[in-house]
Design a protein around this ligand. Structure first.
Ligand SMILES: [Cu+2]
Length: 109
């Protein structure tokens, strides 16, 4: 079974919610024997590679077998976005989620 957090897309209810403007740390743990190119649409992953402020900005980054990969995200694009493994076999089997970034907060004067 290919999934995120042990659940296929068909088994989850609703999107993963991000608040507009928030800064997030995502930890991806690959506990399989395959490499997974993980793609988040709409926003960049910043790869936290231990090099301080020099973090590569990527839409898709592969996570190797038994690797733990840290990413930073700024949720700055409101809407619903696909988050999935880019191996189509894995995506179609359930390694897919929808990320929803809440609407931009009202600007008050
Ligand atoms: Cu995969």
């Amino acid at each position: 079974m290919w999934s995120f957090d042990g659940k296929k897309f068909s088994e989850v209810h609703g999107p993963i919610l991000f608040h507009h403007g928030e800064r997030l740390r995502l930890t991806l743990v690959n506990d399989t024997m395959m490499e997974h190119p993980i793609h988040l649409h709409g926003m960049f992953f910043e790869v936290d590679n231990g090099a301080g402020e020099y973090r590569p900005r990527k839409h898709t980054v592969s996570v190797k077998p038994a690797e733990r990969s840290l990413r930073l995200i700024t949720a700055d694009e409101p809407g619903r976005w696909a988050f999935h493994c880019h191996l189509l076999l894995h995506m179609e089997a359930g390694m897919f989620r929808v990320v929803e970034v809440s609407a931009k907060p009202e600007v008050r004067s």
